[in-house]
Unconditional design. Structure first.
Ligand code: ZN
Ligand code: ZN
Ligand code: ZN
Length: 329
């Protein structure tokens, strides 16, 4: 531990220096341009105008004068632009001293702070994060930058990933594939990065990680562990499940059954088999245990043995009685 502290003491100022130069190159002013070409053009037109007048070429002199007017307008605009560039206040940046103080302060706020000179990275480890009783584990926030380059970027990585049941790439409701959805924290984070307020940068990211916004979550915490299928108990994600249209209970696609008649989706225990064809139906599509199609078939068969003209279905027993009564009498 002592060596780590000593290492920090040695590395922190060097890393801060590199970060300072990176932040400063990001805010170096845009190059100022003196409008030489426009001025040279005006000088040439002025000479031409004098020459045209002295020779009595009045039409040519009029053309030169109008060219001169637009060149002067151009010069005015360029000078005004240059003036506003020079007048602009350079934005304030954290001093080297502030940066060192910030990096040191991180050590009291976070579990672990890593200073890596070879990769120009400053990283912190958060405490294990728990959102609405869902344990997500600790996260590493790493800020990278390099001197001479005018950009800083950060990554957020789950150190002991507890991803959503439906997607391993989602290690936090607001992280997908290592990308943090900053939500309302975006603007303050951008400002803190621009101003070089390093302590604030890490704190804002930590705050985003410890705040849950169900509206912008990649996977909601309610569904984090998936929803169990009411039949087999398997954990399912949004696109792996459906629901029983009679009871609303969650079903995985494997367990879901559809009624062979009305095609409603049902849990297996909400269906019955037709005693004739053995297909599965909802109770509404069975009449005394027989499906409509099988009933139709039975009726057609019964009609085929009836004498012509008889239209009411007649049971076999009744047919026998009819035969008896029309017999020897
Ligand atoms: Zn199931
Ligand atoms: Zn049905
Ligand atoms: Zn049937």
């Amino acid at each position: 531990m002592k060596t780590l502290v000593n290492l920090h003491r040695k590395l922190t100022p060097r890393l801060a220096e590199r970060l300072h130069s990176c932040l400063n190159s990001a805010r170096a002013p845009a190059p100022r341009v003196w409008p030489v070409a426009v001025i040279e053009c005006i000088e040439r037109l002025l000479r031409l105008e004098t020459k045209a007048h002295s020779r009595g070429w009045f039409a040519a002199a009029a053309i030169v004068r109008s060219q001169l007017q637009s060149a002067l307008t151009d010069l005015q605009e360029r000078l005004a632009q240059l003036r506003s560039q020079v007048d602009l206040q350079p934005p304030s940046t954290s001093s080297l001293r502030d940066l060192i103080a910030d990096i040191n302060a991180l050590q009291s706020e976070f579990e672990q702070v890593e200073v890596n000179l070879s990769t120009s990275t400053l990283a912190v480890t958060t405490r294990p994060i728990v959102l609405e009783d869902v344990f997500l584990g600790p996260f590493k926030i790493a800020l990278s930058f390099s001197a001479g380059q005018s950009s800083t970027s950060y990554t957020v990585t789950a150190l002991e990933p507890h991803p959503a049941a439906s997607d391993d790439a989602i290690t936090h409701p607001h992280i997908q594939d290592g990308h943090l959805c900053e939500g309302e924290g975006r603007l303050p984070l951008q400002r803190a990065l621009e101003d070089g307020r390093i302590f604030d940068v890490f704190q804002i990211i930590q705050q985003i990680l410890t705040t849950y916004n169900s509206g912008s979550a990649y996977v909601s915490l309610d569904d984090w562990h998936g929803v169990p299928c009411v039949t087999c108990g398997m954990s399912t994600s949004d696109d792996e499940r459906t629901s029983c249209q009679l009871t609303g209970e969650m079903l995985c696609w494997e367990c879901a059954v559809s009624c062979s008649d009305c095609e409603r989706t049902l849990a297996p225990d909400r269906t019955e088999c037709c005693s004739e064809c053995d297909d599965q139906f909802c109770s509404a599509c069975l009449d005394q245990g027989i499906c409509h199609a099988c009933q139709d078939e039975i009726e057609t068969e019964a009609e085929s043995v009836l004498p012509a003209g008889a239209n009411a279905p007649v049971h076999a027993v009744c047919l026998e009685q009819t035969a008896l009564s029309t017999g020897p009498g």
